[in-house]
Design a protein around this ligand. Structure first.
Ligand code: LMR
Length: 357
């Protein structure tokens, strides 16, 4: 049987196309999918270690089909650039602090910045692992971002060139904060002058006197060597600092389904790891700060802590319009449920996991 020229030409073209496609697929199978994971803290921190764990789990789960490249300590992008880099697809994954989303126009994440809003880590996890956390992650979708998980760091301490024992000690102190209106209101309620700076600029700003003090969990305070520049630290645990792990939405939805499922499993395990190590990493950092002898560590008396709580209480009401009264109420309801459960349970709880201890 003779085939027409047209048929023969078209059939050959089809063969060439199929060959090219399979070659391309084969080549693609050999070329790993690269996830650039950029963050701003040292590797030896809860977030730094969790990022490394995710890399290990993700590369194992996908049998090398995915390669995770981690860029810690603002090596690739600083605070002010990283979210835009993610939206542009210049990096695929970040884990910014929850206090850094208002520049994107998502104010609700600042609920995590409210002073003393989480009485315990249990209340925090019920929020991040429950419907409130899911609803917050969903808000990221409109910004071209997919939220994957919440990672814990811990409760913040305050540091300065002078002892910060009572609110009056904050008067006119220039205090570095993250870009959060709640943290701005917090510092003003204490009589301080808030100064938003990238995390990578804090050491230099403390050294040059651009700011007098700052706040962060001990793990950041220690790994950024702030203890070399801050003669006084107060174990206030006045506020919380955690992260949301995010990816570029187009990249994530463009992944082969099987790969995405494997990465979701790796992220679940990395999240369990992150939350399991956070308290211990911060306790370890606090011990190292004490041992350095360069910073006087102050504990608050019950009376002093009450003065902080009284001075900071108005921030909740002041921020209702910005964050959403319902959202704040949802967190407070969870706290009330926990308190009720506590009432029926043995009161002996690990003090470090309790706010304001
Ligand atoms: C800060 O900017 O103080 C923190 O968000 C740094 C971090 O990511 O822990």
């Amino acid at each position: 049987m003779r085939f027409s020229l047209t048929f023969r030409v078209r059939f050959s073209a089809l063969l060439v196309a199929v060959a090219a496609l399979s070659l391309n697929n084969a080549a693609r199978a050999d070329v790993p999918i690269v996830i650039k994971f950029s963050h701003v803290v040292a590797s030896d921190t809860p977030k730094g270690k969790a990022a490394e764990r995710f890399k290990e789990l993700a590369e194992r789960a996908t049998k090398g089909r995915v390669k995770v490249e981690i860029y810690p300590n603002s090596q690739l992008y600083k605070d002010k650039d990283e979210l835009e880099a993610l939206q542009l697809g210049a990096v695929q994954m970040l884990a910014p602090s929850l206090a850094k989303f208002s520049p994107l126009g998502i104010r609700e994440f600042e609920v995590f910045d409210l002073p003393y809003i989480f009485p315990t880590k249990e209340v925090l996890y019920r929020i991040t692992e429950g419907p409130v956390g899911k609803e917050l992650l969903d808000r990221l979708q409109t910004k071209g971002i997919t939220g994957l998980a919440f990672w814990d760091n811990g409760f913040k301490v305050m540091s300065a060139n002078r002892p910060l024992k009572v609110p009056a000690d904050f008067r006119n102190q220039k205090m570095r904060i993250q870009p959060s209106k709640v943290l701005e209101a917090q510092m003003r309620a204490l009589g301080a002058i808030p100064q938003v700076l990238d995390f990578s600029e804090v050491y230099q700003a403390l050294q040059s006197g651009v700011v007098d003090g700052t706040e962060n969990p001990p793990s950041n305070f220690y790994t950024q060597k702030m203890y070399e520049l801050q003669p006084h630290l107060t174990v206030s645990n006045h506020g919380y600092l955690g992260y949301v792990v995010i990816v570029n939405r187009k990249f994530w939805e463009g992944l082969p389904g099987s790969i995405r499922v494997e990465l979701e499993g790796a992220m679940r395990e990395a999240t369990q790891y992150a939350n399991a190590i956070a308290q211990n990493e911060n306790d370890r950092a606090m011990e190292a700060i004490r041992k350095s002898g360069k910073t006087v560590v102050h504990q608050l008396s019950d009376k002093e802590r009450e003065q902080w709580r009284t001075a900071l209480a108005p921030v909740h009401r002041e921020m209702e319009a910005r964050i959403g009264r319902d959202l704040i109420a949802a967190v407070n309801r969870e706290a009330a449920r926990e308190a009720a459960r506590d009432g029926t349970k043995d009161a002996a709880r690990k003090p470090a996991a309790l706010m304001g201890r």
